[in-house]
Write a protein that binds this ligand. Structure first.
Ligand SMILES: C[S@@+](CC[C@H](N)C(=O)[O-])C[C@H]1O[C@@H](n2cnc3c(N)ncnc32)[C@H](O)[C@@H]1O
Length: 281
């Protein structure tokens, strides 16, 4: 039984990094005028009301997107991100009341010949996601396991894809399953752009998954991580990152500028940021 609901965490510092990089990756891929498919293995509900009981209970967005809302000096990547969130609040663009999840962010950037395949396992969030995209012919919403769904979807007909793997890591075997699935998916579709989101709650567990990928023989693997505080043995997430296989050209430079800004805007004492090619060409 799944208990994770992204509504508690929507717009937190981890979402800021993830959704900003997602948007930038898509924009870079769109420099080539060829259709692509966006595959989201763990799509969530689509969008979130920050005024509801979930977001209000944790207030996590106050330490994330809300801190960037009125900043005049944002780098372009964060300007694009804040603009996308404002667009989602278009009835009242000055207010921060709604937050777009990954499918809604991508939807704003989707080209006329692109398509999306979205997986969500939680019954309530799957229903919300289905409602969100009802009638949209470019979008397929699947209720099922996203890791199995990824293997079934690649290679796509377009031969161009951005894959977001964004699990809730509720089950201990998730870390291992995610690494093995990515290796298998890459074997079937070596030119895909794969973005894996990961938390650091237990550093050894996270690095176990990441080193399996780094040692898999797959080339071009980039780590982009923000630790808001030092690693800790206490319960709680101290860092979050994106591990990108085949990042488009210039994503590393964008990530450097972005994380430098985020370290100052959202980091705490002892926090740090990392942008590092863990495996090169
Ligand atoms: C971190 S949230 C996704 C957030 C979303 N990608 C975003 O950025 O807005 C993870 C989601 O995965 C769902 N989930 C958990 N296990 C899953 C599985 N095996 N297959 C598909 N979805 C799953 C959860 O219900 C949750 O909605």
């Amino acid at each position: 039984m799944l208990s994770y609901r992204h509504g508690y965490h929507a717009g937190n510092y981890a979402d800021v990094l993830k959704h900003t990089l997602l948007l930038q990756t898509l924009q870079l891929m769109h420099k080539k005028d060829k259709p692509l498919v966006y595959i989201d293995t763990h799509a969530g509900a689509g969008g979130y009301a920050l005024t509801d009981e979930f977001a209000q209970k944790t207030g996590e967005y106050l330490e994330g997107v809300a801190k960037l809302w009125d900043k005049p000096d944002l780098p372009k990547s964060l300007q694009d991100y804040v603009e996308a969130v404002r667009h989602f609040n278009e009835d009242n663009p000055q207010a921060l009341e709604f937050y777009p999840g990954s499918p809604a962010i991508v939807d704003m950037e989707l080209g006329p010949k692109d398509r999306m395949v979205l997986h969500e396992l939680h019954s309530s969030d799957h229903l919300l996601l289905e409602d969100y995209f009802r009638g949209d012919k470019q979008v397929k919403v699947i209720k099922g396991d996203g890791l199995k769904g990824l293997i079934a979807t690649v290679p796509p007909l377009e031969r161009r894809a951005l894959v977001l793997v964004d699990p809730s890591y509720e089950i201990k075997t998730d870390y291992q399953d995610v690494a093995e699935t990515l290796i298998k998916a890459h074997k079937r579709f070596a030119t895909g752009v794969f973005m894996l989101w990961y938390p650091v709650v237990n550093r050894a567990q996270t690095e176990g998954m990441l080193s399996r990928l780094a040692n898999s023989g797959i080339k071009r693997q980039l780590r982009i991580e923000q630790a808001i505080s030092p690693d800790s043995t206490e319960f709680g997430m101290t860092a979050a990152g994106l591990w990108v296989i085949n990042p488009p050209w210039q994503l590393d430079d964008i990530a450097l500028e972005l994380t430098d800004y985020l370290a100052k805007a959202l980091g705490q004492a002892g926090g740090s940021v990392t942008v590092k090619w863990e495996v090169g060409e």
